[in-house]
Design a protein around this ligand. Structure first.
Ligand SMILES: [Zn+2]
Length: 104
């Protein structure tokens, strides 16, 4: 369940990882990301969103949807939103037309 305390704690950590801004795209098309570890002096983890894998203990051994996967997913969403944000005026046109229709 998404409302379990475990989910919330992982989600919270994923948000923290995302906030530090050190998630790097290794291969955008292949959806591979480098996600920093929250432990000091630990190498970043390699997350593959296409395969839903991460090389941390949680994911590789315990087969969990780990915080690194979550953080990479959020980062990917951010990147997607940034890319698709440009051709926005079409939406406004639709709203204008709707408004014009109701104004009659
Ligand atoms: Zn992980």
């Amino acid at each position: 369940m998404d409302t379990s305390p475990l989910f919330n704690s992982r989600q919270h950590k994923a948000v923290q990882i995302l906030a530090c801004g050190n998630i790097h795209v290794i291969d955008r098309a292949a959806r591979i990301f480098s996600v920093p570890s929250q432990r000091k002096n630990h190498l970043p983890y390699r997350v593959n969103l296409a395969a839903q894998t991460c090389n941390c203990y949680d994911n590789a051994i315990a087969l969990q949807h780990c915080k690194h996967l979550r953080a990479a997913e959020m980062r990917e969403r951010e990147l997607t939103m940034t890319v698709t944000a440009a051709p926005a005026p079409l939406k406004f046109k639709t709203y204008d037309q709707l408004f014009a229709h109701y104004a009659k």
